[in-house]
Design a binder for this molecule. Structure first.
Ligand SMILES: [Zn+2]
Length: 284
């Protein structure tokens, strides 16, 4: 059952990966964000919207990673919205997405007749898209860095940000797209009034001070990542030595995030001019 966070926003957390699904409701209209993950969970979200007497007007896909795009095939007929890079990202990684879905579903004992078909959006936007839902004004913002097509949903009146896969309390920044883009994204979010934050994975917060801490920590992490990896490249160190040079950096939940941190270092190493095999190093 979704939990209410603000007068207009509810969220539900999947039993998998602390993945959050969102529902903005206003005047009998609903906008769903990343409804996921198991079929039963997705159906329950659709049923909950109907039980509120609301019409699902939009389904927003925050980015094309497999764990965020399982909803549309079960919520047919709802107009889907994504950022303009989404179709190209899906085209590039279609097989990877299908393999990841198949692998996860196999663990649940589920087998499809045909491979998962990544949904394509009915509508896209480039940078900043304003929409009204009943009496509510919302903006969709392009926030790349984790994924080239990632968006965040922002409700200015409530200072409420659906951040997608950034600003998690469980994860460090997963810089699986581009370090510079990620830095610019956090700088942009810092200009917004933020009173409520929901990450794609992890715990929502309604404490502005807690949001401030997450933003500061993630910006500091990226700055230090850039500084140390630049030093490694300048000194002519190899990728393994760059990883060693970044081993004692501070970041949250070190045990669980050790592997993403290593991948961040390797990807930054290649992006900042280090020599190595992009098929073997970093996020792929
Ligand atoms: Zn993601």
């Amino acid at each position: 059952m979704p939990a209410q966070l603000t007068p207009n926003l509810w969220y539900a957390q999947s039993e998998f990966f602390h993945t959050n699904s969102g529902i903005f409701l206003s005047d009998g209209q609903a906008l769903l964000i990343d409804p996921c993950m198991r079929p039963e969970e997705i159906d329950a979200l659709g049923g909950w919207v109907a039980a509120q007497g609301a019409v699902p007007r939009w389904l927003v896909l925050t980015h094309s990673h497999w764990d965020h795009i399982l909803g549309p095939e079960r919520l047919r007929g709802v107009r889907t919205l994504a950022q303009a890079e989404y179709p190209a990202a899906v085209a590039r990684d279609r097989e990877g997405i299908q393999d990841q879905v198949a692998e996860w579903e196999a663990r649940l004992g589920r087998r499809r007749e045909a491979p998962f078909a990544p949904p394509l959006p009915d509508e896209t936007f480039v940078d900043d898209y304003a929409l009204s839902l009943g009496g509510l004004s919302l903006r969709l913002l392009h926030v790349p860095g984790h994924a080239p097509d990632q968006l965040a949903a922002y409700e200015p009146a409530g200072g409420c940000l659906w951040a997608s896969d950034i600003l998690s309390d469980l994860e460090i920044p997963f810089v699986s797209h581009d370090l510079g883009a990620y830095e610019r994204t956090l700088a942009r979010l810092e200009t917004l009034r933020l009173d409520v934050l929901v990450p794609g994975h992890g715990h929502p917060t309604t404490e502005p001070a807690e949001i401030r801490v997450r933003l500061d920590e993630d910006r500091a992490y990226l700055a230090e990542l850039r500084e140390r990896v630049t030093r490694a490249v300048t000194q002519g160190l190899g990728p393994a030595e760059a990883v060693a040079l970044c081993a004692d950096m501070a970041y949250r939940r070190r045990g669980e995030n050790a592997e993403p941190h290593k991948l961040n270092v390797e990807s930054a190493y290649l992006a900042l001019g280090g020599q190595g095999d992009a098929r073997e190093l970093g996020w792929r």
